[in-house]
Design a protein around this ligand. Structure first.
Ligand code: SF4
Length: 507
């Protein structure tokens, strides 16, 4: 999913304190950062202008991750660079939140005593009050809660994208995968009521969004808290009847809890996109058992067959961990076999590394780094080949692309714009001479003319091979641009071209 910053930044006047939020980790964190930004803007701060030197913001917030390798080194490196800057600017404040803060707590203040606020995953909403208290008392504030007080989605949010929004349906996880720190940091699963979720989706759509992604650590167990095990499929169907909502996505499901009613809901709800992110983690049943993942490879592949039977063009992506403690060459071969059979369109592949506080960190038979690296390279080579083959199968296919608004050096060279197809593939396309330029949030229909492992290219021969559908999201982009530039809003009318940067191709 694109994490582009697409809303034009607020230009602060010199009396307004500015902030910057730096995000590490998963989509949950990206969405939490939108909330942190919303809270700070509600408190009267303005986002710092992009491109200014490090430390230009009055408040720097780190939203940290404890899942990825070296998360703590990365954080302390960043904090170390800010220490001398803060010394020169005493009014500056630094806050650290997210999973690593929840885990490390007062260690952060011991290692980096120039930090002003440490807050956890359960009290995101306290950030403005903690910053104010730290400023007033001239003393660092540490506040970590053990359980959620307010469901985070009720907090103000500053969304990063006009056309797409994240909506949390649950937080926390009731599973106990042995490599994962999430259950101990995010707590037990808490489900939001369907009515609240749908009201948020409707509000987003009214604001101009045409795409939403429903977020949860394990979306298939949604409803467990209020006793409806079919709640997730029903939620997808309910999203299908929201007028103006064109694309519904979700992440992440869990193979153990993935039921046929969800496949039916996906197949029968036209705005639920033909894409599924289904974490495999390992193709070896023995390793899955050690990971405490309760499905087995046969069941996993069976789910993919069912999905493809009902949704033939579904693009299926996955997560895989290489080198889990005790993984033998035979176990690894089982993973390669499943990958070969599963034909994922792409995969997030990770080298296992110990996470203190997780059961797997205590397991014997931790593998030498060189073994893990060598297996990882074999796995990525295989998946890259499959991704290239699967993308090559898209040649000649007509795709509708939701245009995004990122820019890059390569895009400047190629003059291509970029976006995502319905099945979430990254598409770089050119606008034929004389044809109307799309705005971010508009939809263009083009035919795929070239393919690489990580993206598709569509270069229409002429204007007849290019169709533009101007959308409400494009109109909302125009309005947001106009507000930020203080020029009259075009009201979504045609003929106002604000120019558009594009995504750099990944290759
Ligand atoms: S399902 Fe497993 S990997 Fe996913 S959040 Fe829960 S414990 Fe972690």
């Amino acid at each position: 999913m694109s994490l582009a910053t697409e809303t034009p930044s607020t230009v602060p006047d010199s009396d307004v304190r500015t902030y910057e939020v730096r995000t590490f980790g998963c989509q949950m964190n990206v969405h939490d950062s939108e909330r942190l930004s919303g809270l700070l803007e509600d408190a009267g701060l303005a986002r710092v202008e992009p491109g200014l030197p490090e430390g230009a913001a009055d408040v720097v917030v780190f939203n940290t991750c404890a899942v990825r390798e070296n998360a703590d080194n990365k954080l302390y490196g960043n904090l170390g660079r800010l220490a001398p800057i803060k010394e020169r600017r005493p009014g500056m404040q630094i806050a650290v939140g997210g999973c690593l803060a929840q885990k490390d707590r007062d260690t952060i203040l011991k290692k980096a005593p120039w930090v002003d606020v440490v807050f956890g995953t359960h009290n995101v909403g306290s950030l403005p009050a903690l910053l104010e208290r730290a400023r007033h008392n001239q003393e660092a504030q540490l506040e970590i809660l053990e359980a959620l007080e307010v469901f985070p989605s009720t907090l103000p949010t500053r969304r990063d994208s006009v056309h797409s929004g994240w909506v949390s349906i649950s937080v926390g996880c009731n599973n106990t995968c042995t490599f994962c720190i999430v259950p101990s940091l995010r707590g037990k699963e808490r489900d939001r009521r369907p009515g609240e979720i749908l009201a948020e989706v409707e509000a987003l759509v009214a604001d101009g969004a045409i795409e939403v992604t429903l977020l949860g650590q394990n979306v298939n167990s949604y409803g467990v808290e209020f006793g409806d095990r079919f709640a997730f499929g029903k939620l997808l169907r309910a999203c299908g009847s929201i007028e103006g909502l064109e694309r519904v996505r979700f992440t992440s499901p869990h193979p153990a809890a993935f039921t046929d009613d969800v496949i039916d809901a996906m197949a029968e709800t036209p705005n639920v996109m033909p894409v599924l992110h289904m974490p495999l983690q390992s193709g070896s049943d023995r390793v899955l058992k050690d990971m405490r993942r309760s499905y087995r490879s046969k069941k996993f592949l069976g789910i993919l067959d069912k999905v493809r039977e009902r949704i033939p063009h579904a693009a299926i992506t996955t997560d895989i961990i290489v080198g889990f403690p005790g993984e033998t060459e035979e176990d690894f071969q089982a993973t390669l076999d499943v990958v070969e059979q599963a034909r994922f369109s792409s995969a997030f592949t990770f080298q296992y590394s110990k996470r203190p506080g997780t059961p797997a960190a205590e397991l014997p038979d931790q593998l030498p780094k060189a073994v893990v690296q060598e297996r990882y390279e074999r796995l990525t080579a295989l998946q890259d080949r499959i991704s290239a083959e699967e993308n090559a199968r898209q040649l000649g296919r007509e795709v509708e692309v939701l245009v995004t608004a990122q820019s890059g050096r390569k895009a400047d060279e190629t003059h291509r714009l970029s976006g995502r197809s319905a099945d979430q593939r990254l598409v770089h396309f050119s606008v034929p001479e004389g044809a109307e330029q799309p705005r971010p949030g508009d939809l263009v229909t083009v035919t795929v003319t070239a393919a690489a492992p990580f993206h598709l290219i569509a270069d229409p021969a002429d204007a007849s091979a290019y169709r533009l559908r101007r959308s409400r999201a494009g109109d909302a982009w125009d309005r947001a641009q106009a507000e930020s530039c203080a020029v009259p809003a075009p009201g979504g009318g045609k003929g106002v071209s604000l120019g558009m940067p594009a995504l750099p191709p990944r290759d």
